[in-house]
Ligand binder design. Structure first.
Ligand code: C5P
Length: 300
């Protein structure tokens, strides 16, 4: 059968309200996701054994991506095959443009792309709600990677519901040379005793509906910013660099360490990106939002 290539986008959290840790170890979230134009492409093909290969796109460092059972795309493939009782296996080729361990859900994007790719490869026509429930089993951010656009996330982040977004937003993602562990940031959040889950403010929803950059800048909240900066004080420098480069606001992406510089438009984003590259952030990349969820880009 002809290989299938699926593109999946990175996510950012325009609002990340975190509640006290649950008994299962997860934190209840009130979050607002937006899919942004930084992508991983996953090509799935029939194979006698399960295997995954990862290649970087641009400056992405892929050395920390596991290639064994710890790889979430492989787990997605196996879980999907098991769900359908498929006996076969597949090879997964990941062209990785999303920073690794950057708080942009690159692994979740790969998992979502694998589900969509195998569904097409094996022509199974899996219902959306089944795909979403398999996705939720794989990780809190995987359902959103399927959905894309802009969406409210509740539960541990796996319950997603689209929200209106006027669109046309531009960001510059500023990756960090070193990754940051999501569980470590949540553990630091617990240690600090913050534990107040905040609702998504109406002002943020209004800003998205009207397209006002100033309103959006004034309503961005990430509860994980404090613990992430506590673990990594060096992350103050890229935030300052982004503001000096002209960003309207700087927002930590999820649990970090990638920062997002909010820009006024496409041209402004390119100027901010160039200024950041000149300041020693060569991995800075301009990205529009919102963009689509995991979708087939190549098939015969
Ligand atoms: O769901 P996922 O596997 O992506 O989560 C990775 C880790 O992040 C979890 O094991 C947990 O430590 C932390 N997490 C959390 N609360 C959430 C989502 C993730 O504590 N809502």
């Amino acid at each position: 059968m002809t290989p299938v290539t699926v593109r999946a986008a990175a996510k950012i959290n325009l609002h990340l309200g975190v509640g006290p840790v649950r008994e299962d170890g997860y934190h209840p979230l009130m979050t607002l996701y937006q899919a942004v134009g930084v992508y991983d492409d996953v090509t799935v093909a029939d194979s006698r054994t399960w295997q995954v290969t990862v290649e970087p796109v641009g400056a992405v460092d892929v050395s920390a991506v596991p290639l064994d059972d710890g790889n979430i795309a492989l787990r997605a493939g196996r879980l999907f095959a098991a769900h359908h009782g498929v006996d076969g296996a597949a090879s997964l080729f990941v062209a990785k443009g999303i920073p690794v361990a950057g708080g942009m859900a690159g692994g979740s994007a790969d998992a979502a792309a694998t589900l969509v790719g195998l569904d097409r490869l094996w022509q199974l026509g899996t219902a959306d709600e089944v795909l979403l429930s398999i996705a939720a089993e794989l990780g809190s951010d995987v359902p959103f990677a399927l959905l894309g656009g802009t969406a409210l996330g509740t539960g541990r982040g796996e319950l997603v519901e689209p929200v209106p977004d006027a669109g046309g937003w531009w960001w510059v993602a500023v990756p960090s040379a070193a990754g940051l562990s999501t569980p470590a940031v949540y553990a630091e959040y617990d240690r600090l005793g913050l534990g107040e889950r905040q609702r998504v403010p109406q002002g943020l929803l209004d800003a998205l509906a009207t397209g006002s950059v100033e309103e959006l800048a004034a309503t961005l909240v990430n509860d994980l910013e404090r613990p992430a900066l506590g673990l990594r004080p060096d992350l103050a420098a890229p935030r300052e660099a982004g503001l000096a480069a002209g960003a309207v606001a700087m927002l930590l992406s999820g649990s970090g360490p990638t920062w997002l510089a909010l820009c006024r438009d496409h041209e402004h984003a390119h100027r901010v990106r160039e200024a950041l590259v000149d300041e020693g952030y060569p991995g800075a990349v301009a990205a529009p939002g919102p963009v689509a969820g995991a979708h087939v880009v190549e098939y015969a």
